[in-house]
Design a protein around this ligand. Structure first.
Ligand SMILES: NC(=O)c1ccc[n+]([C@@H]2O[C@H](COP(=O)([O-])OP(=O)(O)OC[C@H]3O[C@@H](n4cnc5c(N)ncnc54)[C@H](O)[C@@H]3O)[C@@H](O)[C@H]2O)c1
Length: 343
C-alpha cells in the first residue's frame, strides 16, 4: 500500500514541487504564506531563508535571531521576488516575528562540535525551543511548526509540552524536521545505484539521531539493488551522515547547506498541504501511536490542517524490525527527557 505512494507518479509530483522555485512572476499564486525563520542568521537559517525567498509560495519571509537580522534582511529584500522580508531580533521581538505566521521554522540553537552527541545540546537548546513554541501557541496557534533544532528527538516533546502549558497544542501541526535523513538516503542510494537521487523514494522512519534513524530499504523505489552487507553500510552512512559533516567541518558546526535544502523541501511540502495540493508523503517526527514511542517519524500526507494522514509503519523485513525495536527504546527515553524538562 505504502510502496505505491512512493512510486513514479509521486516522484514526478515531487519534481513539480521543486519546479515551483523556477516559477515566473506571471505564475503568482493566489494563496500567500507568511513563513518565519527563528535563528535566521545561523548557518542553517541564512541559506534556508534564501531558498524560501526563492519559493513563490512564500510572500512574507520573517527573519528572527538573537543577533541583528536587519542587514541580512536588507540583502535578501533586493532579490527580484514578490516576497516581502521583515526583520526582527532579540528576545523581545520573537513574539512579533511569530505572530500571524502560517509556518514557523525553528532553527535557533547551538550546533554540535566534533565528539559531541546531539543530546549534549539539550540543556542549551530546550529552553530556546520551549520559548518559541509557547509563543506560537499564544500568537500563531494555527501555524505549522517545524523544529530543526537538535536534539530533535527530545526537543519536539519539549515544544509539545510548552504549547500545552501556553494554552493551545495541535499535534497535527508540530513537526520535527527529519527530512535531511531522507535526503541523505536518496542521495547515497542514488549514487550507489547510478540513478538520479531525485528518482529514489524511501521512507526513513524513527527519529533523528544515530540508530533511531531507520531507513526502510525493503520499501525503496525503485527496489534497492545490493546485498545485506551493502544495505548495512549505507544504513550506517545515513545514520552517521551528520557526524561525517561535523568531523569534516572540524569545529565549525554541523550540516547547514544540506540541512537548509532539506528544510526548504519540507517547508514547501507544508505549504502545498496548506494549499490543499499535497505532494507525495514526507516523513517527519510527530506525535504518533505507530509505536510505543510518543513521537515517531513515519510518512505523512500533509493538508490544510497539518497532518492529513499518518501512513504509519511501512511493511518491514526482519532486520528492519530489529532496528525499529532499538529506535523505539531510545525514542521513548528522549521524549520522557523532554517532558521531564517541562515539568
Ligand atoms: N534537524 C536536523 O536534521 C538538523 C541538521 C543539522 C543541524 N541541526 C540543528 O540546527 C540548529 C542550528 O544549527 P546551525 O548550524 O544553524 O547553528 P548556528 O549556531 O550557526 O545558528 C544558530 C542561530 O540561532 C540563533 N539563536 C540562538 N538562540 C536564539 C534565540 N533564543 N532566539 C533566536 N535565535 C537564537 C543564534 O544567534 C544563531 O544565529 C542546531 O541545534 C543544530 O544541531 C538540525
Amino acid at each position: 500500500m505504502l510502496g505505491k505512494q512512493f512510486q513514479s507518479s509521486a516522484i514526478s509530483q515531487c519534481r513539480v514541487c521543486w519546479r515551483l522555485y523556477q516559477a515566473t512572476p506571471g505564475q503568482m499564486q493566489t494563496r500567500q504564506f507568511r513563513v518565519a525563520v527563528i535563528g535566521a542568521v545561523g548557518g542553517i537559517g541564512q541559506p534556508l531563508s534564501l531558498l524560501l525567498m526563492a519559493n513563490k509560495l512564500v510572500t512574507e519571509l520573517v527573519l528572527h535571531d538573537l543577533t541583528a537580522t536587519k542587514g541580512f534582511g536588507q540583502d535578501l529584500s533586493h532579490i527580484d521576488r514578490a516576497c516581502q522580508v521583515k526583520s526582527f531580533f532579540g528576545e523581545d521581538q520573537m513574539k512579533s516575528a511569530i505572530k500571524g505566521s502560517d509556518i514557523v521554522m525553528i532553527t535557533a540553537g547551538m550546533p554540535r562540535k566534533p565528539g559531541q552527541t546531539r543530546d549534549f545540546l539539550f540543556d542549551t537548546n530546550a529552553p530556546i525551543v520551549a520559548k518559541a513554541a509557547g509563543l506560537v501557541s499564544q500568537h500563531a496557534a494555527h501555524a505549522m511548526v517545524g523544529i530543526i533544532t537538535n536534539p530533535v528527538n527530545a526537543v519536539v516533546a519539549v515544544a509539545a509540552e510548552a504549547m500545552k502549558k501556553a494554552g493551545y497544542y495541535d499535534p497535527d501541526r508540530l513537526f520535527g524536521v527529519t527530512t535531511l535523513d531522507v535526503v541523505r538516503a536518496e542521495k547515497f542510494i542514488g549514487d550507489h545505484m547510478s540513478i538520479h537521487p531525485g528518482k529514489v523514494r524511501i521512507p526513513v522512519i524513527g527519529g533523528h539521531a544515530g540508530t533511531t534513524i531507520v531507513p526502510i530499504f525493503s520499501q525503496c523505489q525503485p527496489p534497492f539493488e545490493g546485498d545485506e552487507k551493502c544495505i548495512a553500510s549505507i544504513v550506517k552512512r545515513i545514520q552517521t551522515g551528520g557526524d561525517e559533516v561535523v568531523k569534516a567541518k572540524a569545529g565549525q558546526g554541523s550540516a547547514t547547506l544540506s540541512m537548509a535544502y532539506a528544510a526548504a523541501r519540507f517547508t514547501n511540502a507544508l505549504m502545498l498541504g496548506l494549499k490543499g495540493e499535497p505532494g507525495p508523503p514526507e516523513c517527519a517526527y510527530v506525535q504518533s501511536d505507530a509505536t510505543e514511542a510518543p513521537f515517531f517519524s513515519t510518512p505523512l500526507t500533509l493538508g490544510p490542517k497539518g497532518i492529513e494522514e499518518n501512513h504509519g509503519l511501512p511493511e518491514l523485513d526482519e532486520c528492519e524490525k530489529e532496528q525499529l525495536k532499538v529506535a523505539v527504546d531510545a525514542l521513548k527515553k528522549s521524549a520522557a527527557k523532554g517532558v521531564k524538562f517541562m515539568e
